[in-house]
Every structure is written in C-alpha cells, then in structure tokens.
Design a protein around this ligand. Structure first.
Ligand code: HEC
Length: 176
C-alpha cells in the first residue's frame, strides 16, 4: 500500500515537471483593480509573470490568443483566468470566476468552465462565447457579445461600470 502511494507521488511530481505551465490559483492571487494594469475599460494581470505577453494581446487592434496565466477583470467580482493549454477546449482554456470581495480581500464564490453564472443569472461562457473568434472570448463593447444588463433589462453604461470599478472594497486594504 505504502509503495503504491510513493509511486503515485513520484508520478504526480513528474507530471508537474513535464508541464511547467500549469496555472494554479487561489483567492490570494486576486488584487484590487487599481493594482492591476488598465487597458481601455478593463484590467489585466498575469499569474505566471508574463504581463507583457498578456498586454500585447489586450492592446492588439486585431485580437489574438491570450497567454496562459492571463487574468482579466471588468468589475471587482468577475474574473477570467486563462488556464494551461488543454484545460477546456470549448472555453478556449478560460476559467470563469465569481468572487466575493470585501475590505478583507477576495473569496472565491464559484469557479469553472461552463457552469459559472453571475449574480443576475447570466452564464459567463454563454455570453462571452459570442465574441468573434479573433477576440478570444473578450467582449468589450463591440466584439459581438450581448450587453451586460441589470435584472430590469437596463444595460450597464460605461459610467456605471467605472463607478463599480472605483468602488472596489479591496483597494482600501491595499491603500490604493
Ligand atoms: C449577458 C452577457 C454577459 C454575461 C452573462 C457575462 N458577461 Fe462578462 N462581459 C460582457 C460584456 C458585454 C463585457 C464588456 C463590457 C464593457 O466593456 O462595457 C464583459 C466584460 C467582461 C470582462 C472584461 C473583458 C471583456 O470581455 O470585455 C470580464 C473579465 C468578464 N466580463 C467576466 C465575466 C464573468 C466571470 C461572468 C460570469 C460570472 C460574466 N462576465 C458574465 C457580457 C457578459
């Protein structure tokens, strides 16, 4: 029994070594929006330290494929993380995360590929998949997604979005 366990551990170790690009994250990886890098209306980061590669795609006028480790946020509670290649072909390796945020920091409420819904019942994947292929599921205002709407059907304006961004409670703790 013990031998089997040791063998499994060794195998797991080898698997990790063979794929150095695995993107692991927990709630401590998410920052106050003001500590991320702004690109037009949204914010980016890279969990593997390759912010330049993420920015190159985010700033490209013709789109592109975000590199593994990319973190993209529009509002404090909703995150897209580009996982390692092969995580989920259908979501183009994006994992969707809904956070609960407070002055104490971030807490992961839900995370996953197809199953994550926002607090208004909208499925992240179902809406973001409508972005034209060159935009790698990033919606912005004109990539083909439906607008984000409140339960009463009113679409969020850029002004309201800015207000939500500035009200990120995590920034208080960070002093940003
Ligand atoms: C009904 C459609 C819809 C749903 C549902 C939705 N989004 Fe979005 N999302 C958008 C649109 C449209 C934008 C761009 C808004 C803007 O820039 O004004 C956006 C922006 C974003 C961005 C910034 C990058 C980008 O695509 O422009 C992230 C990250 C994001 N959403 C994550 C999520 C997550 C996580 C969920 C689920 C918890 C979610 N979204 C649910 C439509 C949606």
């Amino acid at each position: 029994m013990k031998k089997v366990a040791i063998k499994l551990l060794l195998l797991a170790g080898l698997a990790v070594q063979a794929n150095a690009e695995v993107v692991n994250f927990d709630e401590s990886d998410f920052k106050c929006l003001a500590q991320m890098t702004p690109v037009r209306g949204f914010f980016v980061d890279n969990l593997l330290g390759d912010l330049e590669a993420t920015l190159a795609v985010a700033k490209s006028e013709t789109g592109g494929v975000y590199p593994p480790g990319s973190v993209v946020q529009l509002v404090p509670t909703e995150v897209m993380v580009k996982r390692e290649k092969g995580f989920n072909q259908t979501t183009k390796d994006w994992e969707f995360v809904e956070l609960k945020v407070s002055e104490a920091g971030s807490e992961i409420h839900v995370r996953g590929a197809f199953e994550v819904v926002n607090r208004f019942g909208g499925n992240c994947f179902a809406c973001h998949v409508k972005a034209r292929p060159e935009w790698d599921m990033i919606c912005e205002q004109d990539h083909g997604c439906d607008p984000i709407t409140l339960p009463n059907g009113v679409a969020l304006t850029q002004e309201v979005i800015k207000g939500i961004q500035h009200a990120d409670p995590r920034c208080k703790k960070a002093g940003a």
